[in-house]
Design a binder for this molecule. Structure first.
Ligand code: DGP
Length: 136
């Protein structure tokens, strides 16, 4: 995998406001925060996203997400967090090194989710069957 800006942060070649580090993961403030305290959690190992990450690396990243989410929330006096992750450009991934966003939220009115649509139950049943058959 090619170097990304996050690999450079892991190697301390560029600065970042690091909040946590262990053998497998690193967490630091997002340079363009959605809200103060917006933190990114990454594996030190360069993996692109959910489509190539191995179970052990993903487990390490999620352990760190769980460990620091309450600290992110409490440090800014928030009441909840979004834990969000984008995978491939079509889904908004800009930095192609797996990362989870932890975004503090104070109040439900600060955000809106994407538009949701009704699905006919037959369509849902067909889609569920297709996904079941496609799971590797
Ligand atoms: P995504 O769209 O999920 O790939 O979001 C990438 C995030 O990475 C975006 O919120 C901004 C953040 N980011 C990009 N470059 C840097 C950087 O050099 N340093 C830090 N701390 N964050 C960065």
């Amino acid at each position: 995998m090619e170097d990304t800006i996050f690999t450079k942060i892991v190697r301390r070649e560029i600065p970042a406001d690091i909040v946590y580090e262990d053998a497998e993961t690193l967490a630091f403030l997002d340079v363009k925060p959605v809200a103060p305290g917006h933190t990114l959690v990454i594996p030190k190992k360069p993996v692109r996203n959910i489509f190539d990450v191995d179970d052990k690396t993903l487990a390490a990243v999620m352990r760190t997400v769980r460990k620091i989410a309450p600290a992110v929330r409490d440090a800014v006096g928030a009441h909840g967090v979004h834990i969000n992750s984008n995978h491939e450009a079509a889904a908004g991934q800009i930095v192609f090194h797996l990362h989870f966003h932890i975004i503090p939220r104070h109040d439900r009115n600060e955000f809106s989710f994407w538009e949701q649509k009704e699905t006919a139950s037959r369509d849902a049943a067909l889609l569920a069957e297709k996904i079941r058959q496609t799971i590797g």
